[in-house]
Write a protein that binds this ligand. Sequence first.
Ligand SMILES: *Cc1c(COP(=O)(O)O)cnc(C)c1O
Length: 356
Amino acid sequence: MQFIDLAAQYMHLKARINKRIQAVLDHGHYIMGPEVQELEEKLAEYVGVKHVITCANGTDALTLAMMVLDIKPGDAVFCPTFTFFATAEVIAYEGAIPVFVDSDEATFNICPIDLEKRIQATMADGILTPKAIIAVDLFGLPANYPEIQKIADKYNLKLVEDAAQGFGGEINGKRAGSFGDIATTSFFPAKPLGCYGDGGAIFTNNDEYAELLRSYRVHGKGIDKYDNVRIGMNSRLDTIQAAILLEKLAEFPIELINRNKAAENYSTTLAAKYRIPSVPDGYVSSWAQYTVLSDDRDSEMMKYKEQYVPTMIYYRACMHQQTAFSQLGYQEGDFPIAENMAKKAFSIPMHGYLRL
Ligand SMILES: *Cc1c(COP(=O)(O)O)cnc(C)c1O
């Protein structure tokens, strides 16, 4: 059994994907070929946003968002402490300070109540300028955007949705990738929509941001990449990856149904044993991971192993527990819910080709 069965997916899509890759080899436009624009249009339609800008990976997508929002030294950007490192890394990379926020016990996502407390505490300190929030759609479930957007508006903060794990999720019919001022995703192979290498995308309804993003992703280009009007980066999605993603996106809705069926089955059988993930009314998860909490994590993982079922720990450490952020001065006990999750969480196989 595979934790994420990319081979089963490839078996299913082989003819279509091979044909798409061959088409790229035949036309030879490896950089920004026609498949890139076709993919950006299809993604915009699926997610329901005006602009999609693809890029080299999910971390660059977040970095580009930080650049557009002009995040810089002296700024505070709020993000959950229980997430993948990249969420917080991009804040520090701009010289700003990540201010961590505890999680919601039921959804594992950023807690709006703690978020407001941390914003108020940062304002009271008066050292940093609160600028933005990065909320994360952890394990595929969209964060509580109705509440988070209210807080962003109240304190005049920009809101970024890190939908690296959330692509395909929904709140009341509104899709992940459409929340906040800018949203980002990753096409890392193991994500809900993955390519065969690195890839990412940025979503926005803001025309000005879209224009800036298209410039930043190609060396701050003006008229073309030899006319450079600002400092940017080189972060494009390869044409071959776009070609692969076009076929995977076409199949994605069916895979999403399968993932949800698998999750329902898991929840029915595991509810008595573990703290299972809760999906609030009106929300749809894309189930990037199916993660449970157990007081006996090691022995429970061993039981799966004995049956040849792979498990993984997402995540063993919160951001405030990472060595790279030790200088921020957080202590054990500062984020009790997230710390508890880091001690108890483990994930079991989840993909669109699980045989139930
Ligand atoms: C995977 C991931 C990223 C980074 O994506 P890459 O494509 O690996 O750079 C960022 N945030 C979260 C929450 C992720 O899970």
